[in-house]
Design a protein around this ligand. Structure first.
Ligand SMILES: C[S@@+](CC[C@H](N)C(=O)[O-])C[C@H]1O[C@@H](n2cnc3c(N)ncnc32)[C@H](O)[C@@H]1O
Length: 262
């Protein structure tokens, strides 16, 4: 599928998250991903619309370059920036202008607090990353890839953007069983990170098909869409969704193929 054909889904998601960004004082102004315990505000007060904590699982070292796919208001970008330090770089990629605006505001607060100027936010879609080949040591993402109309393309792009020996740490929603067709087409549930999610096996297969190996499941817990937002539609769908989705964090590596497994 071409990026052009993805534009309807991108538009739907951009509208939903543009609204979230404009009403950013609360975590759940509409149907959006905000998955419980992991969805807390960061040090800059920026909202987290997350379903995991990829930075906590990342072995980030000083000087590394990290890229966050679908960075939102920037929570994980700032957490990673403190870990990679002044000689490192923490890049966030997002397609929603309102989110990028929030992230820019939060960057000022971050720099005032830490003195660090090692964050960069780039506008773009994660199916065609605005990142050079082999630019990143680590790629993270938090509750975003389920929103993509082409998940395999996202993993292929992550693979391209990583240095050989680099890794991904991705927190996301996966389905434990296929959803009823009516729920699959539900716009609110799509923006709410459930209707667009892949069945777990398909998700892990897409990671492997992109070239990654050594997959490890770092966390795995049931995701309760009804319990996360007070959205009437999500709440109504809650019963049909019971046990249907999980929030997982996966690690996988881009092995250095020239010199075998390193
Ligand atoms: C649920 S929020 C998560 C934000 C952030 N990762 C966090 O944990 O707070 C989803 C974000 O991904 C962005 N997004 C969704 N699909 C995208 C795509 N295909 N390309 C770029 N950004 C995307 C949205 O604009 C939104 O900011």
């Amino acid at each position: 599928m071409t990026i052009k054909k993805h534009s309807a889904t991108h538009l739907l998601v951009r509208r939903a998250y543009g609204k979230v960004a404009r009403t950013s004082s609360s975590c759940c102004p509409g149907s959006s991903c905000c998955g419980g315990p992991a969805s807390k505000k960061g040090a800059e007060g920026e909202m987290g619309l997350s379903c995991g904590d990829p930075v906590a699982f990342s072995k980030l070292k000083k000087g590394m370059t990290v890229v966050d796919l679908g960075s939102g208001a920037g929570k994980d970008v700032f957490l990673a920036a403190e870990k990679v330090g002044a000689k490192g770089l923490s890049i966030g990629v997002d397609m929603t202008p309102e989110m990028l605006k929030l992230a820019a505001k939060n960057t000022e607060k971050f720099t005032r607090r830490t003195g660090l100027k090692n964050v960069e936010f780039r506008k773009g879609v994660i199916e065609k990353l605005p990142v050079k080949n082999s630019e990143a040591d680590l790629i993270i993402s938090n509750c975003v890839i389920n929103l993509s109309p082409d998940k395999p393309a996202v993993f292929r792009e992550a693979f391209r953007a990583l240095k050989p020996g680099g890794a991904i740490v991705v927190s996301d929603i996966v389905l434990n069983r296929a959803l009823p067709p009516a729920l699959k087409k539900h716009v609110g549930l799509y923006a709410g990170c459930v209707a667009g999610a892949l069945v777990r096996e398909a998700y892990l297969c897409a990671i492997k098909a992109a070239g990654f190996a050594g997959l490890k499941l770092l966390s795995d817990r049931l995701y309760s869409a009804s319990g996360t937002c007070s959205d009437p539609i999500t709440e109504k769908a809650g019963k049909a969704l019971d046990g249907a989705a999980s929030s997982i964090t996966v690690w996988a590596k881009k092995y250095n193929t020239s010199g075998g497994k390193k």
